[in-house]
Each structure stands twice: as C-alpha cells, then as structure tokens.
Write a protein that binds this ligand. Structure first.
Ligand code: 5GP
Ligand code: ZN
Length: 135
C-alpha cells in the first residue's frame, strides 16, 4: 500500500518513537496519546482491519501486547491497561491499517475509554442468538 502511513511507519520509511520491533511488527508511541505511554502495535504487512488480518498475525499481536504491557506497567507504574482496536470508521478507525492501542491507565484519570451501559432486551437477545452461528 503505497500511500498508507502505517505501512511507511512500520517499515521504517517514516521515523517513529519505536519501543520495539521484530520481523512482523513495530511498536510505537502514539502521536496523539489518550494517556502517557499510549502505544500502537502495527504489523509490517498491510491489512486494513481485524477482519482481514491473518489468524497467525492476530495471535502474535495479542502475545506481543501481553509482553509490552507487562513491561510497560512497571515502567509507568500504572494501575490498569486498556487494549483498544477499532475496525471501521463508525468504530473510530482513522488509519486503515490494522493496529492495536495499548493505553496505560491511572486511577482517576480522564482517558475516557468508557460507554454508558444500556440494557440487553429480550428482542435483541433473541434476534442475535437466532442469527449468530460460528458454523
Ligand atoms: P485509530 O483511530 O485508527 O484506531 O487510531 C489511529 C491512531 O494513530 C491515533 O491514536 C493517532 O493518534 C495515531 N497516529 C496517526 N498518525 C500517526 C503518526 O504519524 N504517528 C504516530 N505515532 N501515531 C499516529
Ligand atoms: Zn498499510
């Protein structure tokens, strides 16, 4: 993908604050952090979103997330971590090259990763359960 900014960052054509890299991924600090230490895991190969990501890469991304946040939580002395991954414009995705957000959290911070809980209605439950199948 010639004009994809994350292809360029992941492959080192555009410099970034790199925490770690291997053959498959680059882990960088986000330029617009939700909180101090907000990092992104970016695969070096272009895949627009999670739907298109090969299973193997998806698995490796989560294992890498575990390693990075385990280390980072001690460095930053944070109280929690959010892993956020947006797919599609409606979900807040702005860069259409798969990435995972690793967001350190402190008690009482205002990083704002929350939603107002609704109610699971009988209608919604029945509709979804009747339509969804992994077969
Ligand atoms: P999305 O909204 O697609 O899930 O997340 C895109 C993220 O990439 C945002 O948090 C934004 O701050 C970050 N971002 C966009 N362009 C750049 C860039 O050039 N460098 C870095 N380090 N982060 C970027
Ligand atoms: Zn790309």
């Amino acid at each position: 993908m010639k004009e994809c900014i994350f292809c360029k960052i992941a492959n080192g054509e555009i410099p970034s604050a790199t925490l770690y890299e291997n053959e498959e991924f680059r882990v960088i600090l986000d330029l617009g952090p939700a909180a101090k230490g907000h990092a992104l895991i970016i695969p070096k190969a272009h895949h627009a979103n999670l739907y298109e990501l090969p299973d193997e890469t998806a698995g490796h991304a989560m294992i890498l997330a575990k390693k990075v946040i385990t280390k980072m939580k001690d460095i930053l002395d944070c109280d929690g971590y959010n892993i956020v991954q947006n797919n599609g414009e409606a979900a807040g995705q702005t860069v259409f090259h798969f990435h995972m957000h690793l967001i350190p959290r402190k008690e009482g911070d205002h990083a704002g990763i929350s939603w107002t809980p609704g109610t699971l209605t009988e209608e919604d439950k029945e509709e979804i359960l009747s339509k969804f199948s992994m077969e």
